[in-house]
Design a protein around this ligand. Sequence first.
Ligand SMILES: Cc1cc2nc3c(=O)[nH]c(=O)nc-3n(C[C@H](O)[C@H](O)[C@H](O)COP(=O)(O)OP(=O)(O)OC[C@H]3O[C@@H](n4cnc5c(N)ncnc54)[C@H](O)[C@@H]3O)c2cc1C
Length: 499
Amino acid sequence: MSDNLATRIRANQQKLAAELKPQYDFIVCGSGSSGSVVARRLAENAAVRVLVLEAGGSDDVPSIIDASAWPVLRGSEQDWWFRAKANPRLNGRPIPMSMGKVLGGGSSINVMVWSRGHKNDWDHFAAAAGDNGWNYQSVQQIYRRIEDWHGVTDPARRGKGGLLFVQPAPDPHPLAAAMLEAFAAAGVPTFDDQNGVMMEGDGGGAISNVCVRDGQRQSIFRAYVYPYMDRPNLTVRTRALVTRLRFEGKEVTGVEFLREGKLHRIGATREVVLSLGAIHTPKLLMQSGIGDEAELKRVGIPVIEHLPGIGRNFQDHFMAPCVWEAREPIERRNNLAEATAMWKSDAALDTPDLQSFMVEAPYASPEAATVAPPPNSWSLTTAVLRTASRGRLRLTRSDPRDPIDIDANALDDPADLKALKICVWFCRAIGNSASLRAFAKREILPGPLRGAELEAFIRNATVSHSHQTCTAKMGRDAMSAADHRLRVYGIDRLRIADG
Ligand SMILES: Cc1cc2nc3c(=O)[nH]c(=O)nc-3n(C[C@H](O)[C@H](O)[C@H](O)COP(=O)(O)OP(=O)(O)OC[C@H]3O[C@@H](n4cnc5c(N)ncnc54)[C@H](O)[C@@H]3O)c2cc1C
C-alpha cells in the first residue's frame, strides 16, 4: 500500500469524521469479516453514503500485521476476550472466548486459515433457507470472485484476481508435511488443496490455505475496506460502540452509539446491517427489543418483535489439544498452522466431523497443562465440527454496557464428548507415529489415558476454537431470525450479515 494512499485515507477520514452527517443511506455495524465485505460492496456504488461503526480501534498494530504473532493477540486490547459461564461439564471452568475488537474483527486476530465450508454444509444452508442461492454450486462462484488464489490451478473451483490474496502456506515447516504423512498412513488421504475437491468428499489432509503474503496478515478489512477509505462515500468510525437500534414502529430508522462517553444518534435512510458477530449481534437485537418476549420482559426491555430464537442455538467448535515437546527449537513460519486434516468419527456419517491443525506452538488450557509446556512444543488441535450441544446468550440487564451472559454449554450432549474422545485418541496416534518421531522428544498432553482418565483430561483441556456462530440464524422455522436475504423477520430495513 503506497504512503500516498495512506495519507489520502487519513485526511479523508478525518474530514468525514469532522463532518459526520445526521443520516447515511446505510449503516454497517461492525467492521469484521462480514461487515468489511458488506461495507465495501455497498460503497462501490458512489451514489450511496455508507457509515461503518466499529467498537474497536486501529488494526495498524505489529502483532496483527506479523502473521506469526497471533498467539500474543489472545486476551489483548484487540480481543473482546469474552468468558463463557462456568460449565459443570468442563469441571466448572469458565472458558475464555476470543473475538476481534478492532478494525477487521476476527480477520485481524485470527489464525488466517482460509477455510471454505464443506459442500454438504452449503447445501444444508440452501435447504434451510429455501434458496438455492446458498447452495454449494452458487456459493462456489462467490468464493471464486472473492479469491486471488495462488495455488494449484483449478479454474472450476478457485478464483484469480479477486480482492483476497490466498495461497497454500509457502515453504511450510517440515512438521506440516510430517503431519500429513502421518494422517495419510492412518487412512486420511492428502490433497494438494484444502479448499478444492477435498471439501466435497469424505475428508483429507492438506497444507493450509492462508491469507498471508510475505509473512503479513491479509485481513478482510485490509482487502475490502481500507483501499476504499479515500472515497467520499465511505466513513469508518472506530471506538464507536453501537448500543441500540432506533425505530418508527417496526421500521429501523437508525442507531445509537457511544463514543468517548458520549451518546450519538445517526439515521439510516435505506438500511442498517448488523455485522457484530455471533455474540454482539443478538445482544444488540435484544437490547433494542427484538428477541424472546419473556426474556426481554425479564430485563425490562419493551418488546418491538417477538423472535424467540435470538440468542439461542449458540454453536462453537470445541477442542482439547494434544501437545508434544520438539527435539529442537521450532522456527516460526507463516501462521504457525500450516497443515490441516478433516475426517469422520464414524464412517457412516455423510460429512467429516473432526478437524485437526498442526500448530507449531504449545496450545493448552492452563487447567490441563498445570506446568506450562516449553516454548519448543507443537500441538495438534482436536475439534468437533458438527456439535450437537447448543448454548444460549442472555442479557444480564437492560443497560447496553452490561456484559452478556454466555452459556456456551460445551459437551452438554454426550455425542460431543464421544466424538472429542475419538478425535483426541486419533491425534495422539498421529503425533506418536513414525512420521512425527523425528520431531517429538516427548508427549506432554494427554499421554496414554483411557476411559474416565481421558474424559477427565478432556473436561479440563476443552477450549473454544473461536468459531462462535448461529445465534441469530437464517432460516424458515420459528427459531429463525432472518430470511434467505438476511432480512430480520417482522422488522423493516434491518439485515444481519455475519457468523
Ligand atoms: C483467535 C481466532 C482465531 C480464528 N482463526 C480462524 C481461522 O484461522 N480461519 C477462519 O476461517 N476463522 C477463524 N476464526 C473465526 C473467524 O475469524 C470468525 O468466524 C469471523 O471473523 C466472524 O466474522 P463476523 O463478521 O461474524 O464477526 P467478527 O469478525 O467478529 O466482526 C464483528 C465486529 O463487530 C465489532 N463489534 C462488536 N460489537 C460491537 C458494537 N456493539 N458496536 C460496534 N462494533 C461492534 C467487533 O469489534 C468486530 O470488529 C478465528 C477467530 C479468532 C477470534
